[in-house]
Ligand binder design. Structure first.
Ligand SMILES: [Zn+2]
Ligand SMILES: [Zn+2]
Length: 331
């Protein structure tokens, strides 16, 4: 479907996931096409992409460049397979490149440390074990490939009729990028800004010390851009970026307040706070979520707690190897 003159949206199915599909975007240039995000590497996804390319009179060999907004499996997984069968060049942010080896190649060390991290934040031993292993099935859907070029943010490049600016927008992932076309007033927002759901922002071993602070800064970075069309990696294309950014910031402010309320009754671990909150994924309450979603929920609670700690509202103390968070002063 041509969603903007010269921009085609391709829908790539994601298995067993409420999101349903990834939006991949294809732009025709003089020497082949640019693809923004690729999808999981499943046979269904591969065939779906192949079929949609064919309907445009194209094949995988016509993809000259793939830019991956970040290396989550639903954006990056299929890109390696495309590279195996075509002379495609790859580009993504340098911090995303730094994640590949530990996540997708020699992953057992990181996995073990995630288990330790979860127990340290109050997850009971019998629950921490399945949460530690919850990301392993996704490895089957990723074909590892390294970038031919790394992005830093701030680059400008021309492709066909388009003049892009690379925006580094960390938060959902440390090296997430958006692509901005100032003349045409369009923004390819990846998972950074989605029209109705909020992307997971987790504090974890590879997130940096304040991922939610990074995310809010990255939202402010794009909020006032003069854009008339936002092309996200999931859900539908939308138009009012400033209003959507306000909603997302409000959502996180509200969540911070709920966490402070939970701490009014005394210090808690991230795990026990995550159990009190309501989560906008199937199940809603922590113990009814799927294992990977439980892990995201605990780590997202932590991203709020660590932001509150940076702001001087919350402090943490270690007792018997477990971190407890409490209010710095009674409210
Ligand atoms: Zn993502
Ligand atoms: Zn995604």
């Amino acid at each position: 479907m041509e969603v903007f003159p010269g921009v085609f949206q391709l829908k790539v199915p994601i298995p067993n996931n409420p999101l349903g599909h990834l939006n991949s975007y294809l732009i025709r240039g003089d020497k082949g096409c640019l693809l923004i995000d690729a999808g999981w590497n499943t046979e269904d996804a591969f065939q779906a992409l192949h079929g949609q390319l064919e309907s445009l009179g194209l094949g995988f060999r016509d993809i000259a460049v793939v830019i991956v907004t970040h290396v989550h499996p639903d954006h990056y997984g299929l890109a390696g397979r495309i590279k195996q069968i075509s002379p495609t060049r790859f580009a993504f942010h340098i911090w995303e490149k730094a994640l590949i080896e530990s996540r997708y190649v020699h992953f057992s060390e990181l996995q073990r440390k995630i288990g330790h991290f979860l127990r340290r934040h109050g997850v009971p031993v019998d629950i921490a074990d399945p949460l530690e292993k919850a990301s392993l099935p996704a490895l089957d859907f990723v074909t590892v490939a390294w970038p031919d070029e790394v992005l830093y943010g701030g680059e400008n490049f021309a492709f066909g009729e388009f003049e892009f600016e690379v925006l580094w927008t960390p938060g959902h992932s440390p090296g997430h990028v958006c692509l901005y076309e100032p003349t045409k007033k369009i923004l390819f927002s990846g998972d950074h800004v989605l029209p109705t759901i909020t992307p997971n922002v987790s504090y974890h071993l590879q997130s940096g010390s304040n991922p939610l602070g990074d995310f809010i800064n990255s939202l402010h970075q794009v909020q006032r851009l003069p854009v008339s069309l936002i092309l996200p990696a999931h859900e539908d294309i939308f138009t009012d970026l400033a209003a959507r950014v306000d909603e997302i910031i409000h959502h996180h402010e509200d969540r911070k307040q709920r966490i402070l309320e939970a701490l009014d009754r005394g210090p808690k671990t991230a795990y026990s706070i995550a159990k009190q909150l309501t989560w906008n994924v199937p199940g809603n309450k922590l113990l009814r979520l799927e294992a990977l979603q439980q892990r995201f929920a605990v780590m997202e609670t932590l991203s709020h707690l660590e932001l509150l700690r940076m702001e001087g509202q919350v402090e943490r103390a270690s007792h018997d190897g477990v971190w407890w968070y409490g209010l710095c002063s009674p409210r």
